[in-house]
Design a protein around this ligand. Structure first.
Ligand SMILES: [Zn+2]
Length: 273
């Protein structure tokens, strides 16, 4: 990372003023401690995200994660394998400074206003420069892939509904350039918001059809919807994404969540068998 920064004329020891982290996922927060140790700059996240990151990454107990996966139909051996890779502890920056929604930050050539953009992560932020029309979109709006909207053991309720509401709030925002957390930059924010909303509508319809045939465990639904050869981690993301959609359908009243035996959860069409 140091070499990459040097190649664009940045000295990490001297030029980093603050480290703004959009959310707690390891591909975003993972290098913050390393960079803080080199630069001495403060690491900043939304206050609730600081707390959440500490809860998730300071604990090395995989039990709640495994319990969540198996209750929703995943085989225990697979769940244990997933937990070993996905819930190992991560060393966090020693200190993290809280950001507030609406706050403005000088970020080199731009001034970013902090916006709370939930759904992919409960306390994710994005940064908007309204004068220059720039949006640092984190994992909220990506171009080539759809952001994972998942219901995990630590997620607040209704992640998909909150994501879609949050997307709608961004419509019409003065933006000419979107710099996402992964993949290429792009320009037409409203167009991409439309595509992402449509994608979730179609996926909701697909899941509704799958459980209309017969009541199913969430993991079974995820295997029907995400059919291709997935790695163990991808199967967890597929399950979390499926749960977010089933939760949305249940919230709408089309579907219900039933526990037929205490440790087993099924989703079925409301009024169905
Ligand atoms: Zn992420």
């Amino acid at each position: 990372m140091g070499g990459g920064a040097r190649s664009v004329g940045c000295d990490l020891r001297r030029d980093v003023v603050r480290i703004v982290v959009t959310h707690y996922h390891p591909d975003h927060l993972g290098a913050a401690r390393w960079l803080q140790e080199r630069s001495g700059a403060p690491v900043m996240m939304l206050e609730k995200e600081i707390q959440h990151a500490r809860e998730i990454w300071a604990s090395s107990d995989p039990a709640p994660f495994i319990e969540h996966l198996t209750r929703n139909g995943m085989d225990r051996a697979l769940a244990e394998k997933a937990a070993a890779g996905m819930r190992s502890s991560m060393s966090l920056p020693k200190e993290m400074a809280p950001l507030r929604e609406g706050e403005k930050l000088e970020l080199g050539a731009i001034t970013g206003r902090v916006l709370h953009a939930e759904g992919h992560a409960d306390y994710q932020i994005i940064l908007h420069d309204e004068v220059r029309g720039v949006l640092l979109a984190a994992d909220h709006v990506l171009l080539r892939i759809t952001p994972n909207i998942g219901l995990w053991s630590d997620t607040e309720p209704r992640p998909l509904a909150r994501y879609l509401e949050s997307l709608e709030e961004l419509r019409g925002l003065p933006v000419d350039l979107v710099l996402p957390g992964h993949g290429p930059l792009f320009h037409d924010l409203d167009d991409r918001i439309g595509e992402l909303s449509l994608h979730h509508e179609e996926r909701l319809e697909e899941m509704r059809r799958v459980i209309e045939v017969s009541p199913k465990e969430p993991f079974e639904v995820s295997r029907e919807v995400f059919r291709y050869g997935l790695s163990v981690y991808e199967q967890c993301f597929a399950l979390a994404e499926t749960l977010a959609h089933l939760d949305y359908l249940a919230d709408e009243g089309h579907t219900e969540r039933v526990e037929d035996v205490p440790s087993r959860i099924l989703y079925r069409t409301k009024g169905g068998g």
